[in-house]
Design a protein. Structure first.
Length: 386
């Protein structure tokens, strides 16, 4: 989330997306020179695509939350309303932390695509488990364990995607970051509407749930195609080029990997010395050992640099940070775990769906208000949050 802040601090190594992947090299061949005027976002197509992609980031998580009524019915001996959201959020936190260290080794396209791979596998798993449990080929215990695992991997993919998209939006004009924020809120409302319609219109609980998760799955597949369109657009390429530092460009031209860096350092000595067969083996072993050692050191350095970078930003935005933390902490503490335990005999398992929908609708309206030009000071936000 911190990468969504439009500050004057530039995180080292992020803007180029990768220092070792050939995909980014191919992308940069088509980059528009930064000296040209910025291309226009015709018909707001990039804005719309960015909005749809932001929906996709939280679509799987919101699908798990909106489907808690069915998970509670399917696994009555467990507490899916507690376990599924918790596992998803913990995995997302871990993936965002890990991405701080690997951000310089994986391209933007790879990070986006790996998130979609996780989403597609996890949502497909939910559908397959439903079929397996109802056909008695999978036990309830195994089904719940696999469902919990799918929520875990979904959170991991969501964390990678969220950090990548916010980093990408940070290269674009400010309104695109607002677009992501609003899209994430709208995701909850859209999923809630989808759940209400599929639950009310279907003849059985199982049929409605299968249709519900199938729609979420097809939406994620559509996002896969849209992210390719986004990255290839002249508009995004222009701002991507603007944010690529000269130092990182020189690094990528001269070194495609850490191992190649070692080869560059030794080029002169290797050219002037005729190595024997034994000597070549020893040299290769030394280079492999050195490259592994340097990879570990560079990963550690990138992780430390990333944490220091975020600490510097935190000192500038500590008031909004505490406000957001308090809101999310209280929200996740009360919702959906505690509200899901409220029972109403007359309306069956609808309370979970109703509580989820009301929360998401209110969240969408509140975030939409942030699009208004009126500004609230960070201090005022902190007081309101407390």
């Amino acid at each position: 989330m911190d990468e969504s802040m439009n500050t004057n601090i530039t995180e080292p190594g992020f803007r180029n997306g990768s220092s070792s992947c050939e995909e980014d090299d191919e992308e940069r061949k088509d980059l528009i020179p930064s000296s040209l005027s910025p291309p226009k976002d015709k018909y707001n197509m990039i804005y719309i695509i960015m909005f749809i992609l932001s929906l996709g980031v939280l679509f799987p998580y919101q699908s798990y939350v909106a489907g808690l009524d069915y998970f509670t019915y399917l696994y009555p001996s467990y507490k899916p309303e507690l376990a599924l959201p918790l596992s998803n959020i913990i995995a997302a936190l871990l993936s965002i932390t890990v991405s701080i260290g690997i951000i310089n080794y994986l391209s933007i396209s790879f990070r986006l695509n790996i998130g979609y791979v996780f989403f597609i596998i996890c949502l497909s798993t939910v559908l397959l488990l439903d079929i397996g449990i109802n056909n008695c080929t999978i036990s309830t215990e195994t089904g719940f364990a696999l469902t919990l695992l799918s929520a875990l991997f979904s959170g991991f993919g969501g964390g990678i995607q969220q950090s990548t998209l916010y980093g990408l939006s940070g290269m674009l004009p400010e309104r695109f970051t607002q677009c992501l924020m609003f899209g994430e809120a709208a995701a909850g409302s859209i999923v809630a509407i989808n759940r209400i319609i599929t639950k009310a219109s279907s003849g059985s609980e199982r049929t409605g749930t299968l249709i519900f998760f199938s729609i979420s799955l097809f939406f994620i597949i559509a996002c896969v195609g849209l992210q390719f369109v986004l990255r290839k657009s002249p508009f995004v390429k222009y701002y991507f080029a603007q944010n690529t530092s000269k130092e990182n460009k020189r690094f990528e031209l001269n070194c495609r990997s850490i191992k190649n860096c070692q080869c560059l350092k030794r080029r002169d000595s290797v050219d002037t010395i005729q190595l024997t067969q034994i000597g070549e083996k020893q040299e290769e072993e030394e280079e492999d050992t050195t490259s592994k050692y340097e990879f570990k050191n560079q990963f550690k350095n990138h992780l430390i640099d990333g944490l220091v970078f975020r600490y510097r930003i935190l000192k500038k935005i500590w008031q909004p940070f505490i406000s957001v933390f308090l809101i999310f902490f209280v929200t996740l503490l009360v919702f959906p775990s505690i509200t899901s335990d409220v029972q109403y005999c007359k309306i069956g398992d609808w309370p979970i769906v109703i509580h989820t929908s009301l929360f998401n609708f209110a969240d969408t309206i509140a975030r939409a208000l942030c699009l208004l030009p009126y500004r609230v000071s960070p201090k005022s936000l902190l007081i309101i949050s407390i």
